[in-house]
Design a protein around this ligand. Structure first.
Ligand code: URA
Length: 297
């Protein structure tokens, strides 16, 4: 873990009790007794929607003899469940929303593990989601090797007076490969690849079907073909930031597993039927659960 990257001026005061940390968007604070039950957290599973979080927590509970599922009461922004060592949390859509979830969850992990680097390093993080495939049919699951922005550069933010902050979006390769290996023989098509995180579903994913469109069929196709040549296999909206923040603190184990809903080389609109979409959605969860079940008994 990278100690110097942690905001000790704030985080250490929470450990000593000089400061109560309010994880505002999750509706819980560091002095809430419920957090004593989260201290054993070994994995954090993130997904965009609260319904998926609820479904994952139920599945995890069923795999653990019906272990109790705890819920944080506030669900206005994010939905959170805790069951058998796994904290399941939704992050909404896009990097601004997901970055709030990440900042508060990283603070929470620091607090729950008492600032102990070895204990923090044992926590596995994963985002399970949906994406647009690039050269892959709908229903393929992509395990990301790197998260980049639409220009294939790293996740960046404006930094007051200093230009920009840049974050390393690489996902640990050994974890990605272990996820693929844990799913050998499952029959689910799985690919490793780079992932673009667009700041927008339409403009920054070069779609032609937005209310605002600034691309032509030719410029869109050229972008898609370029990113495909550069090893990108899917497009979603959070991975570059999530990997970037986790690398910033030096978490060694994390992954992103996304099902593709369509092949962007063939079109822009998601036209799969509700049944197909539900089946595609299930796949990314299945792939992660199979890996989790082998690593966190
Ligand atoms: N999610 C995205 O961000 N893009 C898609 O094309 C599909 C799902």
């Amino acid at each position: 873990m990278h100690d110097a990257a942690m905001n000790h001026a704030f985080l250490d005061r929470v450990l000593t009790g000089a400061q109560v940390d309010v994880y505002y968007h999750f509706g819980v604070a560091s002095d809430d007794p419920i957090l004593a039950q989260f201290r054993d957290v070994r994995a954090i599973v993130l997904a965009g929607s609260g319904d998926r979080i609820e479904a994952f927590a139920r599945r995890w509970s069923a795999l653990h003899d019906g272990a109790e599922v705890l819920a944080l009461p506030k669900e206005e922004r994010f939905t959170t469940r805790y069951c058998a060592g796994v904290l399941f949390a939704s992050h909404g859509m896009g990097m601004p929303s997901a970055s709030i979830a990440m900042q508060e969850l990283m603070r929470l992990v620091f607090f729950l593990k008492g600032g102990d680097h070895a204990a923090m390093a044992e926590v596995f993080w994963a985002r399970v989601g949906t994406s647009g495939g690039v050269g892959l049919p709908g229903g393929t699951v992509v395990v990301s090797t790197e998260g980049v922005m639409a220009d294939l550069g790293p996740f960046r933010l404006l930094a007051g007076g200093h230009g920009e902050y840049r974050f390393d979006g690489r996902f640990p390769r050994d974890v990605a490969e272990a996820i693929v290996a844990a799913n050998a023989g499952s029959g689910i098509p799985i690919e490793l690849g780079r992932t673009v995180a667009g700041n927008e579903f339409f403009l920054e994913q070069f779609r032609l079907d937005g209310a605002i469109c600034m691309e032509t069929p030719a410029s869109k196709q050229a972008w898609l073909e370029w990113i495909h040549r550069e090893g990108v296999r899917n497009i979603e909206m959070e991975g570059a930031m999530i990997a970037g923040y986790l690398n910033h603190w030096g978490f060694p184990r994390f992954a992103m597993v996304c099902a593709t809903l369509l092949d962007r080389l063939a079109g822009d609109q998601v036209t799969a039927t509700p049944d197909e979409l539900a089946a595609f959605n299930e796949r990314s969860g299945d792939v992660l659960m199979r890996y989790l079940a082998t690593t966190l008994r």
